[in-house]
Design a protein around this ligand. Structure first.
Ligand code: GLC
Length: 567
């Protein structure tokens, strides 16, 4: 194994700044709030913080609709606050990672305002404009990811523009070299400020097919998901290689791109020395409930049978990045429900399941990405009305569910499970008012259970998820197992077992075996296989070899058998 890079050995913590810590009483988190909690992050072994967008934005999609790539939204603070964050983080050996949202801008970005003003201005083809069909309707039947047509009519230009996401997020025209240069410049601006890397948003959509054709409808609205029509269009990698050359190469940073729809087998083209990025978020393990496209109302919900599939896809991603590239291990982000509900039945206890999943997160091969509140075992919410939800996609998906024939009650149940607001409720710091997140009125309600699930109470509870996460971070960082966990190879064990995800990491003379029971039942396994092994860590007190209690995970450390013989 070649020398490891700093970002392969660390933990990355994702912050949704709007929900992290409010220092002004506005009800919204801000950049000084992040700076204030850097020491807390250090206790989790964090070496990089990925900040979701903090740029000026009308906040139609909470900052993923950017109006200026090189400034800070006043609700988050100032450029000085950002510089201070970068500097304070650096003192603690933490780097700040920015989110680049380059498939689209806000419709309030000055580029779009110019582009839409006429058909012959200097930025006329910076976005994707098409004439109406003869009957005045949209150029194709594509449905945007948030629901509704992917085309919006513009009176000024008398043309439609394309938006993969919301109407307020027009897609940039990457075919135009001037657009690409402008985007590279913005990224270089942040490199000059000293950031440690980039997460690149929705990258699979930047290249569009040559011809815009209707697709076979996949819903009652007569439309087809735009994802199935444009994701991963051939030629996309040429753009991305250019992006790498013009921006990333030669810097001691990491890049991780969001690539929904890329399969584990395709990873080799995207990551590694010949790829465009260092790591890629592919979603094969978080999309298991969506075998028939992206409509939330068609999803299956979590079923114990999915454990087998989960094991398969996690193993496939591990194998795909074994030789080339590197895997960003994640179970949560700001678009997903909380993992304690995602992969477990409704009646399971987050305090228990969160620790089990944490064990997998910290012992797979790759860089663990931790999302704010995951370390506490934060849970989903379920609000009474659709109006209570802020997330734009929840509203779109609710409408789609009604169109598909669901009752409002049924549609709301779908939103309860899949709403992105599940991940966006305020971080739970204390048992006090508003969980210590704000002195004002929080922009989204604090979860009801915050007194039981917050940093203040968990820091004093030996059995809490928080202390367990800290322990795992220490084990991964230093000590007998650290080399194995950081660098060791990966082999799946017990692939046929429907309940237990088991794998071995091996490096030098040692190996670590992880056994994680995803079921509500006790599982017995053959303890001979781990004879002589030392218990490295277990998610529940008092583990016994040969038995896994419901939702228990254990890790054993052992010397390799002599002569390379495998046990
Ligand atoms: C990505 C982001 C998501 C956002 C979308 C549009 O999927 O993670 O939050 O809504 O892109 O930018």
């Amino acid at each position: 194994m070649k020398d490891m890079k700093w970002w392969q050995k660390t933990v990355v913590y994702q912050i949704y700044p709007k929900s992290f810590l409010d220092t002004t009483g506005s009800g919204q988190g801000d950049i000084p709030g992040v700076t204030k909690r850097l020491d807390y992050l250090k206790t989790l072994g964090v070496g990089a913080v990925w900040l979701t967008p903090v740029y000026p934005s009308p906040m139609v999609d909470n900052g993923y609709d950017i109006a200026d790539y090189t400034a800070i939204d006043p609700s988050y603070g100032t450029m000085e606050d950002m510089e201070e964050l970068i500097a304070e983080a650096k003192k603690r050996n933490i780097r700040i990672v920015m989110d680049l949202v380059y498939n689209h801008t806000s419709d309030k970005h000055k580029w779009f305002e110019e582009s839409k003003s006429s058909r012959d201005n200097a930025k006329a083809d910076w976005y994707i404009w098409r004439d109406a069909r003869p009957d005045g309707s949209a150029p194709t039947n594509w449905r945007s990811i948030f629901g509704g047509s992917a085309w919006t009519w513009c009176e000024e230009r008398q043309q439609y523009y394309l938006h993969t996401f919301a109407e307020a997020q027009p897609d940039l025209n990457w075919e135009n070299p001037a657009v690409r240069q402008a985007l590279y410049e913005a990224a270089n601006f942040w490199l000059d400020k000293g950031v440690g890397g980039f997460r690149i948003d929705a990258i699979v959509y930047i290249k569009k097919p040559q011809e815009f054709l209707d697709g076979e409808p996949d819903g009652a609205d007569g439309m087809v998901s735009i994802h199935s029509m444009i994701a991963d269009t051939p030629g996309i990698l040429d753009f991305l290689h250019e992006f790498r050359r013009e921006v990333f190469d030669g810097h001691d940073i990491f890049t991780v791109a969001e690539a929904n729809g890329v399969e584990p087998e395709e990873l080799k083209d995207w990551v590694g020395e010949k790829g465009a990025f260092d790591m890629l978020f592919e979603f094969s393990h978080t999309n298991l409930e969506f075998p028939d496209g992206e409509l939330w109302c068609h999803a299956t919900g979590w079923k114990p049978e999915l454990v087998k599939k989960l094991k398969e896809v996690l193993s496939a991603s591990q194998q795909a990045t074994a030789e080339n590239g590197w895997y960003p291990i994640f179970f949560e982000n700001h678009d997903q429900m909380r993992s304690v509900r995602h992969f477990f039945p409704d009646d399971s206890d987050p305090k228990i399941t969160s620790k089990m999943l944490a064990t997998v997160l910290f012992t797979l091969r790759g860089t663990p990405f931790l999302y704010e509140g995951q370390e506490l075992g934060m849970d989903n919410v379920a609000w009474d009305t659709i109006e209570a939800y802020n997330d734009i996609s929840s509203h779109g998906q609710y409408e789609l569910a009604l169109e598909e024939g669901m009752t409002p009650h049924e549609a709301l149940k779908v939103i309860h499970r899949y709403s992105r607001d599940n991940a966006r409720t305020p971080m739970q710091w204390t048992k006090g008012r508003q969980a210590g997140f704000t002195k004002g009125k929080p922009w989204l309600p604090v979860h009801d259970d915050y007194r039981n699930c917050c940093v203040e109470s968990e820091a004093l509870d030996e059995t809490s998820p928080l202390l367990y996460y800290r322990k795992l971070a220490r084990i991964r960082e230093a000590g007998d197992a650290a080399g194995v966990l950081q660098q060791g190879d990966y082999t799946e064990l017990l692939p046929e077992n429907p309940d237990v995800y088991a794998f071995r990491r091996r490096f030098g003379c040692r190996q670590v075996v992880t056994l994680a029971n995803f079921s509500r039942y006790e599982v017995i396994y053959d303890a001979k296989k781990i004879e002589g092994a030392e218990l490295l860590v277990s998610s529940q007190e008092g583990s016994a070899k040969g038995v896994l209690r419901p939702y228990e995970a254990v890790c054993y450390l052992m010397e390799n058998a002599k002569g390379g013989e495998e046990k």
